[in-house]
Design a binder for this molecule. Structure first.
Ligand SMILES: [Zn+2]
Length: 124
């Protein structure tokens, strides 16, 4: 928990093989004592409430589909409620990023516009 090494739990060149491999690893991790200990503790990573093991699911902090790895640094216990909330958030997050990108493109265009305005001013 002390050291945080991003490269250790995120695979940047994500691809189909990566998703398959990490999903398989996640299934295998569910059989481990480590995972069972987490379930027995029963604390949701997001809302910090205590739940019975049947109410908990495995969740990746960085989704496998976005290059996240199935290892102990990226896997958390998550209650079903928070898991559902995350599903709503994820597309919104993607949308936000898209808007930010468009915003950045717009502002670079408007910078060009400013340049043009300045030229006009000089002509006057
Ligand atoms: Zn929760």
């Amino acid at each position: 928990m002390s050291s945080f090494d991003f490269d250790d739990w995120v695979f940047i060149d994500k691809d189909e093989q990566h998703v398959k491999r990490e999903r398989k690893k996640a299934r295998e991790l569910k059989k481990t004592q480590w995972w069972h200990n987490l379930l027995n503790k029963g604390i949701c990573h997001f809302c910090h409430k205590k739940y019975p093991a049947t109410e908990l699911t495995m969740d990746h902090l960085v989704p496998v589909s976005r290059g996240g790895k199935s290892n102990k640094g990226n896997i958390v216990v998550c209650c079903k409620e928070c898991n559902n909330l995350k599903k709503y958030y994820t597309p919104a997050e993607i949308l936000m990023r898209q808007l930010e990108k468009e915003e950045a493109e717009r502002s670079s265009n408007s910078n060009n516009g400013e340049d043009r305005n300045q030229n006009l001013l000089e002509e006057e």
